[in-house]
Design a protein around this ligand. Sequence first.
Ligand code: SF4
Ligand code: SF4
Length: 271
Amino acid sequence: MKLQTDYIDFYLFHSIDARKWRNVILRFDLLDKIEAAKQAGKIGYIGFSFHGGFNEFKEIVDGYDNWDLCQIQYNYMDIEKQAGTKGLKYAAGKGLPVVIMEPLLGGLLANPPKEIRKDFEEYGGGRSPADWALQWLWNQPEVTLVLSGMNAMQQVEENLRSADALKINAMSKEDLAFIDRIRKKYEEKRAIPCTGCNYCMPCPNGVEIPRSFKFYNDCLMHDDLVSTRKTYAFWKRGQASACIACKACEEKCPQRIPISQWMPKVHALLG
Ligand code: SF4
Ligand code: SF4
């Protein structure tokens, strides 16, 4: 009723992970309900958008035979994060169309820090960092559709020019190696060698350790203090300031990160 339409083309379960899949969608029989809506002609296609790890993604893809599409976060920095390249190939291998969100990582890849921008200027053949990021996605035959957020006419025009030039399986080995070098350069800007393995969790004092480190590293990687501070402020639960340096987490960390020493630095930068 709120949408003022009696028909929805694509209906996605929004931002699911294993927890929402099991505790909400399966628990409340939402698949039966959405199928009934489709049969009643109210919905054209059923899908889900996803934020979680590969195993969770696989569980959801395999958990229902009638998905029409899925939507994942994916870009040249996220090849091993969330569903990642493995998830993209897995879903596509099962014939499931894959829609890509965050192709420019919330716009960060369109505005790289200056040392990375210099690499694009030297190697990029006059193409913008955003165009490189989009072409890298379209190059992959498993990608069905790329969704790119735009908030200015100039971005719409740039994206249209990029889309006009898109080709599948056409990037040269040198171009792919260039993107690999860019990724590596971003990653070298990370200060804390946290892999996000979660072995240190839970913290008895409620600190979200891997997430705190991710914020810190992302901030350095993208030279993006302003928006990282905003996100950190929004995300109140589990901030680094709750650390009391008990060190209970440190012996569990395979990377031997001095977590209790990093937490005050994380909060000093982002808090
Ligand atoms: S040192 Fe800090 S982060 Fe680690 S377990 Fe103790 S309170 Fe949590
Ligand atoms: S155990 Fe170490 S590497 Fe793993 S998430 Fe925790 S801090 Fe990061």
